[in-house]
Ligand binder design. Structure first.
Ligand SMILES: Cc1cc2nc3c(=O)[nH]c(=O)nc-3n(C[C@H](O)[C@H](O)[C@H](O)COP(=O)(O)OP(=O)(O)OC[C@H]3O[C@@H](n4cnc5c(N)ncnc54)[C@H](O)[C@@H]3O)c2cc1C
Length: 446
């Protein structure tokens, strides 16, 4: 039997980050990472395989970080976990004993309770090179593609498929707008206008009744009894934690169906930690269970879990929820609570918005407008969240906003930022959107 100090199961965002962090914090400990697949996809890059990037092989996480950090790799599937013996067994017949174990087994695509989802031509998004290669090949001959789910994955797939396929592309979304769980209506409406300009059909406020066809997809029947023709359907309706191993081993499962962990990312077994999509999350805002599954959360949790393996060094503050997407070349980014979510959380809030060119003077090359919207709690002036739309820099500005949220900064703190600016790189210091959005909110607070 092989023996290691630290064993990580899973080799994607959470597993790889956990192994690297473990080596940083405990360089004297031997670390083995076991993952199922020989090639690991960059999960967030998957939609771009179908347009901009071109193939699964161009969207891989290199294994260099493993060798650089002296992390041993075993490509195999862990099929058994016995916490009483501190050991795992694999499909390939290996047994490995561990001193500490990190489960980073991720998630699988959520399957809808929709009749017909098992038909040929229905594609859940598995993070698997062969699956995506087959899917890419099959989509080439499709003339009508329907995407179920208008969240960021559905929107990114629609945009990318429209770039590379001749097919009619439609999104069916049950909510009144695409992206409504991430952005307020004004932002969603703009994203929808851009999607329509790009030739994508949007059917919102609409449920799917069933996917029609004998053995292969022929259409998607909607709740209003109309049927969209379809030879392929992509499911973009979320992900479910992959807890098979943990459940079989008797680890406690949380209310969202993920592996229960405490703030140190420790499971119900004191030698086993879990992080990433497989681990239960609580919201930064009030500590209730959170359904969010993001690479940013997975890697942050991995850094917590691995640092804590032999003594508590870090604690999880809960999920803020920060991420971005892009429609065409317009960035949409969000962190924390939107107006809608602030209302749902029972906050009395004020908003501040500011829009300005991202260069000064505006005639500088590469000028794009960027809009920042911030949400503050009225009573305290503490920032609850923000959204950014426009220039690609929005993908980084949102990370500043996320830092403000995590440090519970007030509108006054944000308004008093000393921001670095440059004519060719940023908005003017006079019109700097983040600061001016905070100033606008302060005016509304008084
Ligand atoms: C299409 C798409 C686009 C996305 N875009 C974004 C984005 O832009 N930004 C963002 O923040 N998030 C995005 N996400 C979410 C993000 O991909 C996930 O949050 C992230 O992949 C979670 O990482 P993870 O390591 O926890 O799990 P996973 O990526 O699911 O990886 C799990 C790993 O565990 C391995 N494994 C599982 N079981 C076993 C076993 N029994 N034995 C051995 N190995 C095992 C798997 O093979 C895999 O290596 C996107 C997701 C998808 C599907």
């Amino acid at each position: 039997m092989k023996k290691v100090d630290i064993l990580v199961v899973g080799g994607s965002a959470a597993g790889l980050t956990a192994a690297i962090t473990a080596r940083r914090h405990y360089p004297e400990k031997s670390t083995l990472l076991i993952r199922k697949e020989s090639q690991v996809l960059i999960p967030c890059g998957i939609p771009y395989i179908f347009g901009t990037v071109g193939s699964p092989e161009k969207n891989l996480i290199p294994d260099g970080a493993l060798t650089q950090n002296q992390i041993e790799l075993l490509v195999d599937e862990v099929t058994g976990l016995d916490p009483s013996k501190n050991q795992v067994s694999t499909a390939g017949g290996q047994s490995v004993a561990y001193e500490r174990l990190i489960l980073a087994t991720g998630s699988l695509p959520a399957m809808p309770p929709i009749p017909g989802f098992e038909l040929n031509g229905v594609y859940p998004i598995f993070k698997d090179v062969a699956h995506l290669r087959n899917m890419q090949e099959a989509l080439k001959s499709v003339s009508d593609l329907v995407i179920i789910g208008g969240g960021f994955i559905g929107v990114e797939f629609a945009d990318e498929c429209k770039k590379s396929l001749r097919a009619n592309v439609s999104i069916v979304e049950v909510l009144p707008h695409c992206l409504l769980l991430a952005y307020d209506e004004d932002f969603c409406t703009h994203a929808e206008e851009l999607l329509k300009e790009r030739g994508i059909s949007l059917i919102t406020s609409m449920k799917v009744n069933r996917i029609a066809g004998k053995s292969s997809v022929e259409g998607v029947e909607l709740a209003d009894r109309t049927t969209l023709p379809a030879q392929a359907v992509i499911l973009g309706i979320g992900a479910a934690a992959n807890i098979t191993l943990a459940e079989r081993a008797g680890l406690r499962i949380g209310v969202t169906g993920s592996i229960a962990v405490d703030r140190t990312m420790r499971t119900s077994d004191e030698r086993i930690y879990a992080c990433g999509d497989c681990a239960e999350k609580v919201s930064f805002f009030g500590g209730r269970p959170s359904p969010l599954k993001l690479a940013s959360i997975a890697t942050a949790e991995a850094r917590i879990a691995a640092a804590n393996l032999f003594g508590t060094r870090r604690e999880n503050i809960g999920t803020v929820g920060v991420w971005s997407t892009v429609v065409g070349d317009t960035a949409f980014a969000t962190a924390g609570l939107t107006e809608l979510l602030a209302t749902r959380h029972g906050h009395d809030y004020v908003i501040g918005t500011a829009e300005a060119p991202n260069r000064h003077p505006g005639g500088m090359p590469g000028m794009r407008k960027m809009k920042v919207k911030l949400v503050f709690e009225r009573r305290t002036g503490v920032i609850l969240g923000g959204q950014v739309m426009g220039d690609a820099a929005g993908g980084e500005v949102i990370n500043t906003i996320s830092a403000c949220v995590q440090r519970r900064m007030t509108a006054e703190d944000v308004a008093m930022f000393q921001t670095g600016t440059h004519p060719a790189l940023t908005a003017s210091p006079i019109a700097y959107q983040l600061v001016n959005a905070a100033e606008a909110a302060i005016a509304a607070l008084h």
